[in-house]
Design a protein around this ligand. Structure first.
Ligand code: SF4
Length: 212
């Protein structure tokens, strides 16, 4: 949806009405009523989507000095023989001043103060490296685009961000080479994991998961 907006945002930019019409068509096609407890829940969620898109539209209209170069783009960096650092970046923007920004969309409705910040984000540092591998230029800024709030927060990309990701990558690769796989249980990850029956750590968290 956001990508469709940007792809059209050239000579004939998409209007908010067109954007919402695309959204409602997609909703009718992909969100059947049985997915919801009742019609009020369905309408509330649909309305939230309208609010998010409306905020996004106005935020993008205000932004006249930065344009997206890539959306939802994958990268793979062969940092060491036999190992690749891979990921998918929501968006890379270029500014009129020649800066690159790497952005990750966040879609949580929680209060802004309770959402992750870009400073010290390993995820964004990884995307900054991926962005550099795609564009040939290290991004100047990395940040989160909080869609539910219509806010963008960024921080400068620094060498220590890249060093931290590279170090973590080599530690993991070392462990894999030595067949050292320490399970790292986490309720959300474990609840969807296909290795539950084989993982010794899952039995430790299973009771907690059942109460989630
Ligand atoms: S069940 Fe085990 S392998 Fe799966 S996510 Fe949890 S800790 Fe990792």
């Amino acid at each position: 949806m956001l990508e469709a907006y940007h792809r059209r945002n050239g000579l004939f930019p998409m209007t908010l009405e067109e954007m919402l019409a695309v959204y409602h068509r997609a909703w009718e096609q992909h969100m059947p009523p049985f997915l919801f407890e009742n019609e009020w829940d369905a309408e509330a969620m649909r309305g939230e989507g309208v609010d998010v898109l409306t905020r996004f539209y106005h935020r993008e209209q205000e932004n006249r000095t930065r344009r997206p170069l890539y959306f939802e783009i994958g990268f793979a960096m062969p940092l060491r023989p036999g190992f690749q650092l891979t990921g998918r970046i929501d968006r890379i923007d270029a500014t009129d001043a020649g800066e690159y920004w790497v952005l990750d969309y966040k879609t949580s409705g929680r209060a802004l103060e309770r959402l992750p910040r870009p400073e010290g984000s390993l995820q964004l540092a990884l995307y900054a490296m991926g962005s550099e591998s795609l564009t040939g230029k290290r991004p100047d800024l990395m940040g989160f685009y909080y869609l539910n709030h219509g806010e963008v927060m960024t921080t400068t990309v620094q060498q220590h961000h890249v060093d931290t990701v590279t170090e973590a990558f080599h530690m993991l690769a070392d462990a894999i080479e030595m067949n050292e796989f320490q399970p790292m249980p986490e309720a959300r990850k474990c609840s969807e994991c296909v290795y539950q029956s084989k993982c010794p750590a899952f039995t430790q968290v299973e009771n907690n998961l059942l109460t989630l």
